[in-house]
Design a protein around this ligand. Structure first.
Ligand SMILES: Cc1ncc(COP(=O)(O)O)c(C=O)c1O
Length: 364
C-alpha cells in the first residue's frame, strides 16, 4: 500500500471510500436535501461557527475565486498578505478580477507579522478587504495572528478579513466565531479525510453585507445563490454527489473522534515528524514556533537533489512526498501529516525519508 505523505489529496478511510461508491441519487430529491442539511451542520461544528457555510463543488482554488468575486469590487483597493505560493495565488486572483493590489510578502519560512500588516493598512486608509493564508502549505508555516489581525481589520469601517484555511481547518483549531473571521475557506481533500471535489466557504453578516453591495459579476460562484439553494436542500448546479457521500461519512468519523482529539493527534504526529527530521540532521524551513501541524517542509541538505530523494522514496519505499513549489522547487521536501493519519504512517514515512537520504549519499 502506498504511503501518501503529500499535503493533499490525503488518504481516505475505507468506510469513506466505500461511501463514495453508493448508487447515485437525485440531487433535487429528499435524500440529498437531508444529506446537505446534515453535512452543513457537521461542517459548521468543525468550523466552530454559527455563520452560514456553503459547500461548493470545486477545488480549494474555486473557494478562493468565490471569495474574490463575491467580496471584492472591480477597482477596489485590497491587501493580500502572502507567506508563500498560496498567498501569491490570492494576489493573482485579485489582479485578474481588477482589484488594486497592495502586496505584503514575507520570506519563505516566516509567518506574517501583524504589526507590519497594521503599518501597511495605515499607509492606505482606502483598504477594507484583507486576504491571508492561515496555513501556507508551500512552506509548512501556520500564521498564528488571526485573532489579532481580525481586530486590526475590523478597526476600520467596513473591514473584512478573508482567510484561506484550506490546509488547516479540520486538522488544527480555527475558531471562526471566537476569532471573528468574516470569510473562511477550506477544501475536502485536506484534513477532511475526503476525496478532492468539495470546498467550503463560511460567511458572517459583515461578509454577506459586503457581497450584497458588490457589483462584480459572478455566476457559478455566486455565494448568495448557493445559500438560497441550500435553504431548500439543494445546490444551484449539479453537485459532486459521490464526494458529498464521502463527506457525510467522514464527518461522522471526525465528530466521533472529537475535535480536540483530532487537533491533539495532529500536533503529536507533526511533532514526531519535526523531531524525527531533526534527529536525522535535517533542518526545517519554518521558523521555530510557527511550524505547521499539517505539513512539514524539510530543507534538502546542501549538495543533494530533492527530486532524486522523492523518486527514491517512491521507488524503494512506496512513499510519496511532495517537492517544493515555485522558487522552492528542488530545495525542500514536504511531508504531509494531515487527515486520516496514524503513528504507523508517520513512522513508515520517517523510515522512508531516512532510507532515501542514505541511498542518495546523505551523511548527517
Ligand atoms: C493553503 C492552500 N490554499 C489553496 C489551495 C488550493 O487548493 P486546490 O489545489 O484544491 O485548488 C491549497 C492546495 O494545496 C492550499 O494548500
Amino acid at each position: 500500500m502506498v504511503n501518501l505523505r503529500i499535503p493533499g489529496p490525503t488518504p481516505v478511510p475505507v468506510e469513506v471510500a466505500q461511501a463514495g461508491a453508493a448508487p447515485m441519487i437525485n440531487h433535487r430529491g429528499p435524500e440529498f436535501a437531508a444529506m446537505a442539511a446534515r453535512t452543513t451542520e457537521g461542517v459548521k461544528k468543525v468550523y466552530q461557527t454559527t455563520n452560514d457555510v456553503v459547500t461548493l463543488s470545486a477545488s480549494g482554488t474555486g473557494a478562493m475565486e468565490a471569495a474574490v468575486v463575491n467580496l471584492m469590487a472591480p477597482g477596489e483597493e485590497v491587501l493580500v498578505v502572502s507567506i508563500g505560493e498560496f498567498g501569491d495565488r490570492f494576489m493573482n486572483l485579485v489582479k485578474i478580477y481588477g482589484g488594486k493590489l497592495t502586496e505584503l510578502k514575507f520570506d519563505p519560512g516566516l509567518a506574517a507579522d501583524v504589526n507590519k500588516i497594521e503599518d501597511a493598512l495605515k499607509k492606505n486608509p482606502a483598504i477594507k478587504t484583507v486576504f491571508i493564508t492561515h496555513n501556507e502549505t508551500s512552506t509548512g508555516v501556520t500564521n498564528p495572528i488571526l485573532p489579532d489581525l481580525a481586530k486590526v481589520v475590523h478597526a476600520r469601517d467596513g473591514g473584512v478579513l478573508i482567510v484561506d484555511a484550506i490546509s488547516s481547518l479540520s486538522s488544527v483549531p480555527v475558531k471562526t466565531d471566537e476569532w471573528d473571521l468574516d470569510v473562511v475557506l477550506s477544501g475536502s481533500q485536506k484534513g477532511w479525510m475526503t476525496a478532492p471535489g468539495l470546498a467550503f466557504v463560511s460567511m458572517n453578516e459583515r461578509a454577506w453585507a459586503k457581497a450584497a453591495a458588490n457589483p462584480q459579476p459572478r455566476f457559478y460562484f455566486d455565494l448568495k445563490r448557493h445559500l438560497d439553494s441550500l435553504k431548500s436542500g439543494q445546490t444551484p448546479w449539479t453537485p459532486a454527489v459521490s464526494v458529498w457521500f464521502q463527506l457525510d461519512k467522514s464527518l461522522e468519523l471526525m465528530l466521533a473522534e472529537g475535535l480536540d482529539q483530532i487537533f491533539a493527534r495532529h500536533h503529536r504526529l507533526a511533532s514526531k515528524v519535526r523531531n524525527g527530521a531533526k534527529a536525522m540532521g535535517l533542518k526545517l524551513l519554518a521558523s521555530e514556533g510557527v511550524e505547521s501541524d499539517t505539513v512539514t517542509a524539510i530543507r534538502v541538505p546542501e549538495g543533494l537533489n530533492g527530486d532524486e530523494i522523492i523518486k527514491t522514496a517512491i521507488k524503494e519505499y512506496d512513499t510519496v512526498f511532495a517537492g517544493g513549489q515555485g522558487g522552492l522547487k528542488g530545495k525542500i521536501i514536504r511531508f504531509g501529516h494531515l487527515g486520516y493519519v496514524t503513528d504507523s504512517d508517520i513512522d513508515a514515512g520517517l523510515d522512508a525519508l531516512k532510507g532515501s537520504l542514505a541511498k542518495v549519499g546523505f551523511k548527517a
